[in-house]
Each structure stands twice: as structure tokens, then as C-alpha cells.
Design a protein around this ligand. Sequence first.
Ligand SMILES: NC(=O)c1ccc[n+]([C@@H]2O[C@H](COP(=O)([O-])OP(=O)(O)OC[C@H]3O[C@@H](n4cnc5c(N)ncnc54)[C@H](OP(=O)(O)O)[C@@H]3O)[C@@H](O)[C@H]2O)c1
Ligand SMILES: [Zn+2]
Ligand SMILES: [Zn+2]
Length: 348
Amino acid sequence: MPSISSFAAQSATSPLAPYQIERRDVGPKDVQIAIEYCGVCHTDIHQSKNDWGASNYPVVPGHEIIGKVSALGSEVKHLKIGQRVAVGCFVDSCHTCTSCNADLEQYCLNGFTATYNSATKDPGGFTYGGYSKSIVVDKHFVLTLPDGLDPAGAAPLLCAGITTYSPLRHWGIGPGKTVGIIGLGGLGHMGVKLSHAMGAKTVMITTSKNKAADAMKLGAHEVLISTDAMAMQAMTNQFDFLLNTIPVPHDFNHYMPLLKVDGTMCIVGSVGPTADLNTGPLIFGRKSVAGSLVGGIKETQEMLEFCAKHNIVSEIELIKMDEINQAYERMLKSNVKYRFVIDMNSMG
Ligand SMILES: NC(=O)c1ccc[n+]([C@@H]2O[C@H](COP(=O)([O-])OP(=O)(O)OC[C@H]3O[C@@H](n4cnc5c(N)ncnc54)[C@H](OP(=O)(O)O)[C@@H]3O)[C@@H](O)[C@H]2O)c1
Ligand SMILES: [Zn+2]
Ligand SMILES: [Zn+2]
């Protein structure tokens, strides 16, 4: 088995550093991909630093993967060598449960296999992600990249894009709806672009005054500074839907008054247990707090087609692999415009 260059965290406190991994041989249903670009998601930081207490080291992060097919299993007929393809947040599921049968592999009742840090029979015992030169993935979990999408800018669509697209679709966002996107980072900037393209009135809700001009350029119709009590008060009962991308524990009650009667705040930031939720505003406005996890394979392909049609990619800062630790530091300070993408050619 050839040794493949990657970058890995060896412990919760060690910086990411070069590490050699092995991948499984290409099986009949498998696609081998030479990775060109990998986006940097805040989840990569959570997992590298064991924020969720379930990291298995070494962690090779990365689930926003774009590359070219370099080998195909005998049963893979719909792809060609050299074709540009993509892989998102998971690489296997049971294929038989009600969720899998409904194209909702992300909610697989038997547990999906995440692109990294999930138990696998592959070498190493846990999946290794896209901060590496190549990957081998079951054909069902390989997306095709529509023509016209810039490959580096498209990488973040595989997580930030689908994680915001899926709830916007699920909650019927379109013309006539008012949507607030909370947090202008990787997910948030895709949320603004997608909500705008779906025809909703889109408001960027941010803690960072200095991001207001960018938010408008990205497609926000208005910007609401969430630390401005007067501005927040003025927007009471205005929103049909809030998409909350904040990556740290925070007080949900701060945002609930923004919702109209029957409005929903969907949480996508994995923040664990949170401060007490005041049930009064929920009951007195029939409001909901919900959650959402990435999106299924069929919906991810649909999202890529939607982005191609609307000319949407991520705003990226292209970095070299060995700049990853500085990129993490900047993301932890909310200082990224608006997604780091690693150029995998920068790694030997
Ligand atoms: N559910 C899913 O399927 C899924 C998928 C991918 C990622 N995630 C999770 O989603 C979260 C966001 O990921 P990301 O990659 O978008 O992160 P990111 O690029 O770091 O952006 C997060 C943004 O949240 C805001 N923020 C940060 N700290 C805050 C605080 N203390 N109070 C209020 N706002 C704060 C900042 O925006 P402003 O400066 O505008 O305030 C920041 O730019 C992470 O927890 C990640 O693990 C979930
Ligand atoms: Zn992600
Ligand atoms: Zn399943």
C-alpha cells in the first residue's frame, strides 16, 4: 500500500504537521481521487482540538474536497479518469435504513461514516480526511462538479454550502420570506448568498461591525449588529427564519425575539448544551428551535447544480498546506474572508 502525504493533529494540543497515511486499495465500487483543494471548516478545528471529546488521533481533517478521478473500480461506470469530482462530510452509510432510503444519509439510523475521524475497516481504523494528497471513496458518496464552477471556490460548497442550503430548502425559503443569517464566517457567507439567490429578504446578523460592507456585497439586503440592543429591539418579530451558525455556546434567548409568530431558528453550529432556553417566547409565538446537519448526497448534487446556475462559489483565501495552523488561529478570532481553502499542490 503506498504511503500518502497528509497533515494531522497528533493530540488536542499539538499543531497540525506532516504525517504519512495509508488508504485502502480501490475496490469494485470505489473512486480514487487526487485531491486538488480542501476547504477548512470550523469543524476541523473542533475535531483537531477535541472540542467534542470524541477525537481519535491522529486526526487528518478535511471534508470539503475537490479533486480529479485517478482510478476507478470495475463497477463504476458513470465517471471517467481525470474528471473533476467532490466529496463532502461523509463517505458511507448503511444504505438500508429509512433515512438512507429517503436520501437523508446524514441522518442514517445506523450512523454514517464521516469523512474523517469515523471508525472504519480501512487502514488506521479511523477515516482520514481531505488534508491529504488522495482519498478512496465509495461511488455513492462522490459528487460530480458542474462545469463553470471554479474548483477552489467550489470546495467549501461541500460543507458550508450544503449545510446552509439544506435548511433553507427544508424550511421553504423563497420570495416573501425574511431570513436572518447569524454569524458571518464560512457557513454564514454561503447562507447569505444562497438565501439571496432563493429570493428571500436576507439580513446578516453579525457581531462584527467591520463585516457590514462585505455582507451587503455578498447579497445581504440589511445588516443587523447583534451587540446593538437598540437595533435588535427594532427588528423584533421580523424574521420567518434564522440560521444560526455561531460555533461557541451562547444564549439562544438573545435571538428568539427576532422571530415572527411561527418562526424557526435553526442551529447548525455544534455548540453542545446551551444556556436555559426561555420557553415563554416559544409558547407565546409558536416559535421553534431546530437543528440541521449538512445534507444528503442527492441534495448536495442539487445544491451544486443550483450554485452553477446562480454562479455561486465561496469567497476564499487560498493557502498552502503548511499555513493551516495560522489559518486556525485566524478562524478562532473570526478573522477569515470567508473560507480558507488549501491548495493541495502545495504539499509534496
Ligand atoms: N450542522 C452542520 O451540519 C455543520 C456543518 C459544518 C459546520 N458546522 C458547525 O457550524 C459552526 C460554524 O462553522 P464555520 O465554519 O462557519 O465557522 P467560522 O467560519 O469560524 O464562522 C463562525 C462565525 O460565527 C460568529 N461568531 C464567532 N464567535 C461568536 C460569538 N462568541 N458570538 C456570536 N457570534 C460568534 C463570527 O461571525 P461574526 O463575526 O459575523 O459575528 C464567526 O465568523 C461550527 O460550530 C461548525 O462545527 C455544522
Ligand atoms: Zn464542515
Ligand atoms: Zn442508514
